[in-house]
Design a protein around this ligand. Structure first.
Ligand SMILES: *Cc1c(COP(=O)(O)O)cnc(C)c1O
Length: 820
């Protein structure tokens, strides 16, 4: 394991060390959640647009961390952290990168740098699979390819390895230069070039040129010769001292595809250095073939023989790109990460486990292969991690981990030599109310365990992409001043996307407030462990006592509510309790009107029980340009009325009026705070392409059948069949939230890339679609909404708004959360 003294690090990052130069550290942390091994960790307080690592220093100090890389200006009172060591630098990200660059230069084994728009992770993982047993590969965990991810990946390099494979990704000009300086890859791969992250580049060519900066010092560049843009641009860079290794159908390629046959697999006949060999790729889609060809090319460059490649390519297995989190039996949560297993991905997965609300955390772990360490060393490290991440129970599967059973102390444990062994003694009752992480090497087939542990309900699921949620939040943050506070709307089950998982992500992202519609929603969040401020919008007097005891802050919209809430505050004996005053500026739903203002001021002036935390109002038509005059009137009325209150009360009060569409269309009315709702979930009033859909509703075909002419489909015989048709039945109906107005061809469902019209009336639990022109079968997945069709499409088909589609998905539909 890498081990540096603070003196070494201060030198490498050109920083000023205040503290003990001889302390040595081996873990870099940038995320306050991963304070695993405090004694030998150093925290880099990275400053981003929305994050400032310096805010976590006090927290981490509490957790026992004593070494920090920070900016002195950002930490004026650092002396209060007695016995902590600080390395002060100008810029902490630069420092992290300098340290990685320094570390990288200690190794002389080949470093491979992969860039390109798609396929980086798969090429990296497949090349590693193909080299298994021959080379000890160190590689980026998952897709750590950013300005922060690359240094953290490079940090994993150690003398035991003999090849390194890292991804490099960029989203704007000038970034690649920094990554190149860290990685200086000996071998470069450019997978392809597409429109991802295009917004900051003028042309595809400009982005490609930027990516190729990665190869500035490379000795070999691998790419597909048939891609004319790449081929052209490669020849525009100085090629002195560089070898080009190309693949493609051209006979000029270093590795030529002579023949391609696609059946159940893709069979390629290849020619390389006068030798002909075959590659049987167990996939048929073009992207997989491209990824496999890049991996094969890399192996050839590294000196592997066609014979070995021929034999191994057949066994390539799919790469799971993300951790899957599912509902399990007996109220468990299952985190499935059973495609690869190594210490760094184990650490990432354990961090996720550690963040679960469950009081009990279980790890099911197989033998870890190819760690480059002795089993003794390896499992003592695993045991240390398991303890630090507060795992309560470990189930070890495999002969090696079982042999090291004694290393796991102070923990509930069971060991099995094989997955079969485990399944034989498996009882459903052994698991309840716990978060279970499944982490296994591929050969252990942990998917068999996961099938047992997952709750089996119907085949319709709503998939929630938490990364998309964060992306959307950051997009809205970019529209307003960095100091503007955010209220995230999680009312109505977070617009249908779920409760705790969404709230806890927003809490982690340091949103300022959550807002729910009713008190019981707030109580549910508190019970699940959400500690951040929560506003209750439709606060009913009957729930005021409950709200105070759960520290929920009410929206106060009338004189009655104000008096009743004050009574509750007196009963509870609280003072200065924060309330949020709602003004009606034109929506005419809830709120004080202009005539009430004097009375409101008189009531609250010098009041001891209540304190206005914010004043707000709601726009009636912020998304419709024809009403912009009205919206502007609302804004100026709000500005005038709220100023009057603030002037009279004489203390600071936050003001807010913008909802999602308001933030996009009237950002100058941001005041102190904004309320983000539907935008968070991916719907834009301005058709903003930077927003990503958070929810995808999927189901599965459970039956197909051929219907002869003159028959009909479904209730009321509404689905008339005039010509022979093939139909498929899907287990989703109006009780799941598939609006019945989508019946009879109004709605369409995506099957195998084509839209299949709904035929006949939608039933309560099922519907039928017309797949006459689509080659679809029982068991095929279908998409009700997601990227295509979108919730906007569905809303327009039946003349409603996306809000209704999203919030209409009933709670019986299983939610699956994914997070990269
Ligand atoms: C729901 C709601 C919002 C959020 O509106 P979106 O259009 O979803 O952004 C904001 N403010 C109030 C008072 C709301 O009720």
């Amino acid at each position: 394991m890498q081990n540096y003294t603070l003196k070494d690090i201060a030198l490498a990052v050109s920083g000023k060390l205040m503290g003990n130069p001889d302390v040595s550290v081996s873990h870099l942390i940038i995320d306050s959640r991963s304070a695993a091994s405090p004694n030998d960790s150093i925290f880099f307080a990275i400053q981003g647009i929305h994050h400032d690592g310096h805010k976590f220093i006090a927290d981490l100090y509490q957790k026992g961390i004593r070494s920090f890389v920070a900016v002195q200006k950002a930490l004026p009172d650092f002396s209060k952290f007695a016995d902590a060591n600080f390395i002060f630098v100008e810029n902490t990200l630069d420092a992290l990168q300098s340290l990685a660059a320094f570390h990288r230069r200690r190794f002389s084994y080949p470093v491979v740098g992969i860039t390109g728009s798609n396929g980086k992770t798969v090429v990296k993982e497949w090349a590693t699979q193909l080299m298994h047993g021959e080379k000890k590969v160190v590689r980026s965990p998952r897709s750590y390819n950013s300005q922060v991810g690359v240094p953290l990946s490079v940090w994993l390099m150690s003398p035991e390895n003999d090849v390194a494979i890292f991804e490099a990704g960029i989203s704007k000009p000038s970034e690649m230069h920094r990554l190149e300086h860290i990685l200086i890859p000996d071998i470069g791969i450019i997978t392809n070039i597409g429109a991802a992250h295009q917004e900051n580049f003028n042309t595809l060519r400009q982005k490609l040129q930027e990516k190729m900066i990665l190869f500035e010092h490379s000795k070999v560049i691998i790419y597909q010769i048939d891609n004319s843009l790449i081929n052209e641009e490669v020849h525009n860079i100085p090629l002195k001292g560089k070898q080009l290794f190309t693949w493609g159908t051209s006979k000029d390629a270093s590795l030529t595809i002579l023949k391609k046959e696609v059946a159940a697999h893709t069979m390629l006949t290849l020619s390389y250095a006068q030798e002909t060999f075959t590659a049987e790729i167990p996939f048929t889609d073009d992207a997989s073939v491209e990824n496999a060809m890049h991996s094969i090319s890399l192996l050839l460059v590294l000196g592997f023989t066609p014979e070995l490649i021929e034999e191994r390519v057949k066994k390539l297995i799919p790469v799971a790109m993300r951790l899957e989190q599912k509902e399990g039996i007996n109220n468990c949560t299952i985190i499935n990460d059973s495609y690869n297993s190594d210490i760094s991905s184990l650490t990432i997965a354990l961090n996720l486990l550690n963040n679960q609300k469950f009081s009990k955390r279980t790890l099911i772990l197989s033998d870890i292969f190819q760690s480059g360490k002795s089993n003794q060393e390896l499992y003592s490290e695993v045991a240390r991690l398991v303890k630090e991440k507060q795992v309560d129970k470990i189930i070890g599967i495999g002969t090696a981990i079982s042999a090291n059973e004694a290393q796991f102390t102070g923990i509930e444990k069971r060991f099995f030599t094989s997955t079969d062994d485990f399944l034989h003694s498996y009882h459903k009752e052994d698991f309840a109310n716990e978060a279970i992480l499944l982490k296994g090497s591929r050969s252990f087939q942990f998917e068999r365990i996961s099938r047992q542990l997952e709750r089996q309900i119907h085949q319709t699921v709503l998939e929630i992409n938490l990364n998309a949620l964060v992306n959307n939040l950051n997009y809205f943050r970019s529209l307003v001043k960095p100091t503007t506070k955010f209220v995230a709307m999680v009312k109505a089950f977070s617009y249908g996307s779920g409760f705790y998982e969404i709230a806890s992500m927003l809490q982690y992202q340091r949103v300022d407030y959550l807002a729910v519609a009713f008190a019981d929603e707030g109580v549910e969040l508190r019970e699940a462990g959400i500690t951040m401020p929560i506003i209750v919008l439709n606060a009913e007097p009957g729930s005021f006592d409950l709200m105070i005891s759960y520290n929920l802050e009410p929206e106060i919209y009338s004189k009655t509510a104000l008096t009743r809430f004050r009574d509750a505050a007196v009963r509870a004996g609280v003072t200065c309790y924060p309330i949020h005053v709602k003004l009606d500026t034109g929506m005419h739903r809830l709120g004080f009107i202009e005539e009430d203002i004097d009375e409101l001021i008189a009531f609250l002036k010098d009041d001891e029980q209540l304190k206005i935390s914010s004043i707000f109002s709601h726009l009636a038509a912020s998304d419709e340009a024809i009403h912009d005059d009205f919206t502007n009137q609302q804004i100026s009325l709000f500005s005038r009325l709220s100023s009057r209150i603030i002037d009279k009360l004489g203390y600071h009060i936050n003001r807010h009026i913008l909802n999602s569409a308001g933030i996009e269309r009237f950002p100058s009315a941001e005041f102190d705070m904004v309320r983000l709702g539907i935008g968070l979930y991916g719907v834009s009033a301005a058709n903003q392409p930077k927003l990503e859909m958070v929810s995808t509703l999927r189901s599965t075909i459970v039956q197909t059948k051929d219907i002869p002419p003159h028959e009909s489909v479904g209730y009321g015989r509404k689905g008339k069949v005039e010509t022979p048709k093939r139909i498929a039945t899907i287990p989703i109906g109006y009780a799941d939230g598939l609006n019945r107005r989508l019946s009879n061809g109004v709605g369409k469902i995506m099957v195998k890339g084509k839209l299949a019209p709904i035929i006949g009336n939608i039933c309560m639990d099922t519907c039928m679609i017309d797949i006459t022109d689509i080659d679809a079968h029982e068991g095929d997945e279908v998409t009700i909404f997601g990227e295509n069709p979108t919730i906007m499409d569905i809303a327009s088909w039946i003349g409603t708004i996306p809000y209704e589609i999203l919030t209409g998905i009933s709670r019986r539909v299983k939610r699956i959360y994914i997070q990269e």
